[in-house]
Design a protein around this ligand. Structure first.
Ligand code: HEM
Ligand code: U51
Ligand code: U51
Length: 480
């Protein structure tokens, strides 16, 4: 009876006067965990209708305060004293990557990442990415058998090429054996497919075995070049080598070094491929958008822009990319409340966030899908981020107020995506390469885009529930 009593008292949390509305759900302890896990967007939309822009829900023993008012995001995220990034990140690292790095410091890591993915080194990475994309493209069947049509799923076409090019750019690879890239990609896809279940600890026995097996395989493949006497093959100045040295300087033990490589593989390669898929998919299903993008690339080419600078003068393609990210980038930004905190939301009301709870932002719902900010938010409008005069549109309003955040695919503030410039550059290089070198069409001209896999809300770029078949062949002459 004692235990039961404690359990009942423990679960009988009630809302204090200054706290956000509390919704515990009907199931003891679990609360809303099942609904949360099934489809975050549907669940949080329902809660928003019921409670407004801030509320607390119970999920699997935790209390999670969800904030959906973009004007308050800065205020919340900038308070790094009251909100902790590290704890939840470590929990995820443990669950998804079987990785424990107790002394690992996210701030040092971020500073280290910035040295590679921003500033002068970025240019070099982008150039190398461009070369590797071209190299792998030239090795495809389509490039080697001109005039012959090939059929493939658009998602695997995009993901496979961008993943392998990115891998070649950042990781240690034996250049005489680039078939290894395909092995890494195939194993990664198996692992990637189980990530959302791993993150929520809902893997079944057989799935756990598959995930484990792919993990082991990948740890092996990713360390082959620098452990066990492979040093002779190593070129010595790759990003991966530098990362390894960084981990060693932080005294991370060797097994964790191995495992951290898979975390980095996911962080650096898990999003660009899916983003390119959605972008090309939207173009293929919106002919007017495709025409506008092609016209832009053609006119730049007539002005004889080299392909690299071509990337900097593409307002139409940039708008298409922003619109794609608005519709399909959906990270959950989670922090742990380590000190009680008062938060003032739009309209002036103050709410108390309780120490020990989690707080969560879901920019996908607001600002990205907020109908008060974006008209017909479900619709792909290629020129949503363009002004009449062809410049980038930056003024968006909600209830008459100009919004600082009207699209937030990269998060915000101190933990904003480090790799965003690298990601954007790779996606654009890929899209331009595909559109200029290939004749590309849907197998079924009437096909609609596959819908979103709802289990992937939270992880960054969404993925489709099924693939979409395309036909393509090398263009007889390079044209735009
Ligand atoms: C963080 C999105 C690609 C590296 C983030 C965050 C978001 C995001 C929303 C913030 C997480 C938070 O605040 O909790 C995306 C999207 C991508 C993408 C939509 C592609 C379309 C990349 C790439 C890299 C990368 C290519 C690496 C080269 C990182 C890192 C962080 C991060 C290291 C953590 C930064 C920190 O904690 O300070 N990303 N990302 N991302 N991203 Fe990305
Ligand atoms: O809970 C959080 O705030 C982290 C959720 C982050 C979700 C997506 C962002 C990911 C992907 C890959 N996009 N950019 C990279 C970013 C990873 C951030 C590292 C955080 C550590 C997470 C440990 C599993
Ligand atoms: O995380 C648990 O302990 C239980 C999982 C229950 C399912 C969802 C809970 C949500 C909320 C927000 N609490 N923490 C965040 C969790 C979302 C997980 C989605 C995966 C995010 C992966 C980012 C890389």
């Amino acid at each position: 009876h004692g235990i039961l009593a404690v359990f009942v008292i423990y679960t009988r949390r009630s809302r204090k006067r200054t706290e956000p509305p509390l919704d515990k759900g009907n199931i003891p302890w679990l609360g809303h965990a099942l609904e949360f896990g099934r489809d975050v967007a549907i669940f949080l939309t329902r809660m928003k209708k019921k409670h407004g822009d801030i509320f607390t829900v119970r999920v699997a023993g935790h209390y999670v305060t969800v904030l959906l008012d973009p004007n308050t995001y800065d205020d919340l995220l900038s308070d790094t004293k009251a909100l902790d990034f590290k704890r939840y990140a470590q929990l995820l690292m443990q669950r998804m990557f079987s990785l424990n790095m107790p002394n690992h410091d996210p701030l040092t890591e971020r500073a280290w990442m910035e040295r590679h993915f921003q500033g002068p080194n970025l240019m070099q990475l982008c150039e190398s990415m461009q070369n590797n994309l071209q190299l792998l493209f030239n090795a495809t069947e389509a490039a080697r058998n001109p005039l012959q049509w090939r059929q493939e799923g658009l998602f695997s076409f995009c993901y496979s090429l961008l993943f392998r090019a990115g891998y070649l750019t950042l990781f240690e690879v034996d250049r005489n054996d680039i078939t290894q890239l395909t092995t890494v990609y195939d194993e990664f896809r198996k692992f990637d497919g189980l990530l959302s279940k791993l993150a929520r600890s809902t893997v079944k026995k057989e799935e756990r075995r598959v995930a484990r097996c792919a993990q082991e395989r990948l740890w092996e493949l990713l360390s082959a070049c620098w452990l066990g006497g492979g040093a002779s093959r190593a070129q010595g100045n790759t990003w991966q080598q530098s990362y390894l040295q960084h981990l060693q300087s932080e005294s991370v033990e060797q097994e964790s070094q191995r495992r951290a490589m898979l975390l980095q593989l996911w962080v650096t390669q898990g999003n660009a491929g899916p983003a390119a898929f959605w972008l090309l998919g939207f173009l293929l299903t919106h002919p007017e958008a495709m025409r506008a993008v092609r016209a832009e690339i053609r006119s730049l080419q007539e002005q004889r822009h080299p392909l690299v600078s071509l990337q900097k003068n593409t307002p139409v393609l940039d708008s298409v990319l922003s619109e794609t990210l608005r519709l399909r980038a959906a990270a959950l930004i989670t922090r742990e409340v380590v000190q009680d905190k008062l938060l003032q939301v739009s309209g002036g009301r103050e709410y108390l966030l309780r120490r020990g709870d989690r707080v969560c932002l879901f920019p996908f719902l607001s600002p990205q899908m907020d109908e008060e900010i974006h008209s017909e938010p479900e619709k792909f409008k290629y020129d949503r981020f363009l002004n009449e005069d062809g410049t980038e549109r930056k003024d968006f309003f909600k209830r008459g107020m100009r919004m600082k955040y009207y699209n937030m695919p990269w998060g915000a503030d101190g933990h904003m995506c480090v790799g965003r410039h690298f990601a954007v550059s790779g996606i654009k290089q890929f899209v331009i390469m595909v559109l200029t070198s290939l004749d590309l069409e849907l197998c079924d001209q009437q096909a609609a885009m596959p819908s979103v896999d709802p289990s992937r809300y939270g992880f960054g770029m969404l993925q489709p529930i099924s693939d979409m078949e395309i036909r393509y062949r090398l263009k007889p002459t390079r044209s735009y």
